[in-house]
Design a protein around this ligand. Structure first.
Ligand code: ZN
Length: 307
């Protein structure tokens, strides 16, 4: 299929339904409104009390089916359109923007219904991400048949631009505030800043003391002893640049990122290396090591200490 034929087929989806007779999973309700307001930090008084309305920007929230999907809903045309784009090599998707119009407020107890239509499919566009097509759907949200608001949602379905594999670990950002730290790392010394006015230790490096505000500082060298204060194990997506040289799981294997509490009392984010990630534990003793990742880059890492 050539480009013109594809464009014609895509255009034919404009005006076709993306969802028909959808119903909100839950009626508009106070707990969801409260959680939303807490997450957004929105304390507007209109969203609480006996006459509360829902924040207008929650419009889409009332139409979402969650992981279980919802009754009524997605029409075949939208899936067909996405399948057509997949077949044309536009396998990647990114949500680009949304627009909402509010016609009447939603209140707790309102039962929401909605219909979505494929409003437009753009011509072929080239973006930094790759070349593809913008697909806009419009969802009309109703209560008792009356329009409450409209939600336009636009995605870009695109063929990802091929990138050079980035095998090298990202470089640290070295600036005048932390240059001394990285000089220490090159000499295999982990240096902690110490305030010359109040002796408080601080890490990461900062231009002033967080305890007393004084600008003067010197350094103390960490003993290298520490414990895991907290950690995550990163499984996906795999970043070959973060593969550990001795990684039993191979270059795409998981890696452990930990907040290490040093014996001196400050904490540092680093990697726990030299052991399977599923053995990392909070409170586990670790010991500082320095690992060379390439001709330029040495990083402080931590080895698990056998109990
Ligand atoms: Zn101080």
């Amino acid at each position: 299929m050539d480009d013109d034929e594809l464009q014609a087929r895509l255009k034919a989806y404009e005006g076709r339904p993306a969802a028909v007779s959808g119903t909100g999973r839950d009626p508009v309700n106070a707990p969801m409104i409260r959680h939303w307001c807490e997450a957004m930090g929105d304390r507007h008084p209109a969203y609480t009390g006996p006459d509360a309305i829902a924040p207008p920007t929650m419009l889409q929230a009332w139409t979402m089916g969650g992981l279980g999907g919802h009754a009524g809903g997605r029409a075949g045309a939208y899936d067909e359109l996405l399948g057509l784009l997949d077949g044309a090599g536009c396998t990647a998707v990114v949500a680009t923007d949304c627009e909402q119009e509010y016609v009447r407020p939603l209140r707790p107890g309102d039962e929401v219904t909605f219909d979505s239509v494929i409003e437009s499919v753009s011509g072929r566009k080239t973006t930094k991400l790759g070349t593809g097509y913008f697909v806009t759907t419009r969802t009309d949200v109703r209560v008792a048949g009356e329009l409450a608001g409209t939600h336009r949602f636009r995605i870009l379905k695109y063929a990802p631009t091929r990138r050079e594999p980035r095998e090298r670990r990202p470089r640290p950002v070295v600036n005048r505030d932390n240059a001394g730290f990285w000089e220490g790392v090159r000499e295999h010394r982990l240096l902690i800043q110490r305030c010359t006015a109040c002796a408080a230790l601080r890490f990461p490096w900062l231009p002033g003391c967080g305890t007393c505000g004084a600008p003067g500082w010197d350094t103390v060298e960490a003993s290298g002893e520490g414990t895991v204060f907290s950690y995550v194990v990163v499984h996906h997506p795999p970043f070959p640049a973060f593969a550990e040289p001795d990684h039993a799981a191979g270059p795409a294997g998981p890696y452990g990122v930990a907040l290490i509490e040093l014996a001196e009392g400050v904490r540092i984010v680093s990697n726990v290396v030299g052991m399977p990630c599923d053995r990392i534990r909070i409170g586990m003793p670790v010991r500082l090591d320095f690992r060379r990742y390439d001709e330029e880059l040495v990083l402080p890492v931590f080895q698990g200490v056998a109990a």
